[in-house]
Design a protein around this ligand. Sequence first.
Ligand SMILES: [Cu+2]
Length: 326
Amino acid sequence: MLTRHLNWFVCILAAQALATTASAQTPAEQGRVLFEQLCTACHSVGGGDRVGPDLAGVTQRREVAWLKRMIREPDALIAEGDPVVTALVERYGGIIMPKLGLDEAKAEAIVSHLSALDAGAAAPRPRAVVYGTPELMQPQARIWQMFLLISAVIVLVFAVVAFSTRSPREVSSERAYGLRRVLFLATLVAAIGVLAATFPKTPYAAHSGAATAGVDRIVYVAARQFEFIWSDEPIASVEDVGRVPRLDQVMVDAGATVEFRVTSLDVNHGFGLYGPQRQIVAQTQAMPGYINRLRVRLDTPGEYPVFCLEYCAAGHHRMRSSLDVR
Ligand SMILES: [Cu+2]
C-alpha cells in the first residue's frame, strides 16, 4: 500500500518537477514560485493541514539543515528512521512525501520563502478554512421527504398491481393495447411540452462564442491533486502556477452572476459548489485540456464550500476550498 502511494506521487510529481523552470529574482521570490508549483498541493502555510502538515512556523520548529534535507530527500530521511519524520508519516496516514528532485539552491530558496512567511514579512496568509460538521439542513431534508413520498407511491402502485393479479382474470388484449397507445401518446405530448417550455431557458445559448453578456465576474479555477487554485487569470499549466497571481480568498458580491472557468492540471476532478447551508448549488467536471464554464448567480451571502466530486487519488478528501459571497 505504501509503495503504491509512493509510486503514484513520484510519477505525478516528477512530471511537475520537470515542468518547473524557476527564474525569479530573489531567492525568497524564487522559493515562492517553486513552493506554489510543487508544494501547495499538499501543504498550506497557515491554512490548516492538507495531505501533509501545515507549514506555518516550520522554520522555527525545525533546523534549517533538516528542513533542506526533508525537502530534497524525504525518502532518505524516512529510510534512516529519523524520529521526527517517522512520527509525521504515521500522523499523515502513511502518505510519504515524494522526492521532488530539487537541488540545494532550490531547497534553500524554498526555505528562505518559508522563513520570510514565518517572519511575517511576506503576503498575508490564507485564512484557515474551518468546516463544521455538515448537517442535514432544510434543502436536503425536503429532498429526503420528497424521495420518501415518491418511493411510497411507487411501492403502493406495485402492491395494487401485485394484489390485483392474484386470481386469474379475463383481459381483452385489444383494450389493453388501446390503453397502452393512449398512455404512450400522453407521455409523448407531456415530454414534448416540457422540452418546449424549458428549452429556451437552457444557459447554453449564452455560452456559445466568447459571449459574456450578463456575467459580472469571471473566476478561473485550476484543480490538481489535491487543491483548487483560484485566479482572475487563466492557469493552463503547472508553469503558470506561482506566476499567475492566485486568489487565496475569493470574494463575490451577493447577486452577482459568476462564470467559473474550470480546468485541471492533472487528472479529472469534480468542481462541486455548495451553498451556505451545505446544499449543492452547481457542479462541473475539471478536466485536463478542457475549460468547462459554469455560470451561477449567488444571491445568498455566506460561505460556499467547494469540494472535489470525483475520487482523484489518496488525498481526494482533502480537496476542499471555499468562496465568500457578501
Ligand atoms: Cu478528488
